[in-house]
Design a protein around this ligand. Structure first.
Ligand SMILES: *[C@@H]1O[C@H](CO)[C@@H](O)[C@H](O)[C@H]1NC(C)=O
Ligand SMILES: *[C@@H]1O[C@H](CO)[C@@H](O)[C@H](O)[C@H]1NC(C)=O
Ligand SMILES: *[C@@H]1O[C@H](CO)[C@@H](O)[C@H](O)[C@H]1NC(C)=O
Length: 253
């Protein structure tokens, strides 16, 4: 969960973060998504509660962040959702069968934050449940590209998770700019960042896609404590993991 990740980052960033003053009522921008306009979106739920986002890349696989996975058996993937507080007709609820965290990801290392969830049964694809494309191996997306982040995460730090899917448009920054803020924690080979004083990701958005040109280039991964928008939001760079993704999806099940 993002919470866990945030507390880790809190530690990591202490040297750079001065003590915080009054809490900011910063909403992370964005608006309600048009119902079912992002048919690849998945809500990962544990005992009925949304914990993370994810996205459908094949009938039988969800891509998400590694820090979203602990206790694979408890995860139910909800596809076709818009208002996830309701049991909508469009929804398909499928249990996770097997989870594959990228092996170099550990709770001490925020790098390599990527995981695949094999579904117990195939999703049935329709207008409201569809795969999203992935970039090709090694492909770089140019900075300034406008991308979209859909998510059921918090609208403000310390708030509650949203019931209705929201989305925000953000632009990719140069590696140089990302590194300026995150220094050694930003690994350009495996990360992307976006930076906007009013828009970004927050708890509950982890694992969701960063969608550029109808393709999932990133996976929502990290923010500064309290989703502080003075720091860029960080995403796992999907194009660096295509070989790994294919290898797992092509295993015999
Ligand atoms: C966000 O980070 C900036 C820069 O470190 C700091 O000045 C500001 O107080 C922080 N805001 C919150 C709400 O923590
Ligand atoms: C599930 O989807 C996968 C990938 O598209 C396919 O290879 C497999 O045959 C499907 N399984 C069933 C039971 O339809
Ligand atoms: C893509 O970006 C990475 C990280 O900045 C860099 O190491 C690599 O050379 C780039 N690849 C191409 C084809 O530009």
């Amino acid at each position: 969960m993002m919470l866990l990740q945030l507390s880790l980052l809190c530690l990591l960033l202490q040297e750079r973060l001065p003590p915080t003053g009054a809490s900011e009522s910063g909403i992370l921008g964005g608006k309600t998504a048009k119902p079912h306009s992002r048919p690849y979106m998945a809500s990962l739920q544990v005992r009925g509660a949304h914990t993370c986002g994810g996205f459908l890349i094949r009938e039988d696989f969800i891509l998400t962040a590694a820090h979203c996975i602990y206790g694979c058996k408890e995860i139910t993937v909800v596809l076709g959702g818009h208002d996830i507080s309701k049991k909508e007709d469009s929804q398909q609820r499928i249990a996770a069968e097997k989870c594959h965290r990228y092996s170099l990801h550990t709770l001490d290392i925020n790098d390599f934050d990527i995981a695949l969830i094999k579904l117990r049964k195939n999703a049935s694809l329709d207008e409201r449940v569809k795969n999203i494309n992935l970039p090709s191996e090694g492909e770089n997306i140019s900075s300034h590209t406008q991308c979209l982040i859909p998510g059921w995460g918090r609208r403000k730090p310390g708030g509650v998770a949203e019931k209705i899917l929201r989305e925000v448009s953000v632009s990719i920054k140069t590696d140089k700019e990302c590194k300026k803020w995150w220094q050694k924690y930003y690994q350009p080979k495996r990360m992307l960042c976006t930076f906007d004083s009013k828009k970004g990701i927050c708890q509950g958005d982890s694992g969701g896609p960063l969608v550029c040109k109808d393709t999932a280039y990133g996976i929502a991964a990290l923010t500064a404590p309290n989703c502080n928008l003075s720091y860029p939001s960080i995403y796992t760079k999907v194009s660096s993991f295509i070989a790994w993704i294919n290898e797992i999806m092509n295993e015999k099940y």
